[in-house]
Design a protein around this ligand. Structure first.
Ligand code: DQA
Length: 146
């Protein structure tokens, strides 16, 4: 199967960004682990980080033409603001899992609302980088079941 991992704004700074909240792992390390996990099971995986909303939207549109089977997305701050990315995911109707490194419910009230959770296959938050690996594992299982 073919997986797309999308990372939203400021996640390029992982490793140095508020390590008490987000951990010490870098985005390259997260992506490398996911790629290894996917390839081990014979799957394909691509990843994109962007600080720009339109780039994430364009990538989601392209995913439909590329027949991406499943998306794993950490929309970062766009979680709480972006009707446009939500609409892009609905438009392509590719199933996705929403991931957050931090437990957003333990943080500021503005982080408690997500524009994605009600249309996601599942949501993982507060488990750090491990959450991405769990999401990929769950996505593989879901596809196998279908
Ligand atoms: C985040 C949580 C968001 O509230 C925040 O804006 C981020 C990262 C997380 O992974 O914990 O940038 O999505």
């Amino acid at each position: 199967a073919s997986f797309l991992v999308l990372h939203g704004p400021n996640l390029n700074l992982l490793g140095t960004r508020e390590p008490g909240v987000y951990g010490a792992i870098t985005l390259d390390q997260i992506n490398a682990r996911l790629l290894e996990q996917a390839q081990r099971d014979g799957h394909q995986l691509q990843a994109l980080q962007s600080n720009a909303e339109h780039q994430l939207i364009d990538r989601i549109h392209a995913a439909r033409d590329e027949a991406i089977d499943f998306i794993i997305i950490n929309p970062a701050a766009f979680t709480h603001t972006s009707v446009a990315i939500r609409d892009a995911l609905l438009a392509v109707s590719i199933p996705f899992i929403e991931v957050h490194l931090s437990n957003v419910y333990r943080r500021e009230p503005f982080r408690h609302h997500s524009y994605f959770s009600d249309i996601a296959e599942g949501v993982i938050c507060g488990l750090g980088a491990e959450g991405y690996a769990m999401a990929l594992q769950a996505a593989v299982r879901k596809l196998e079941q279908n």
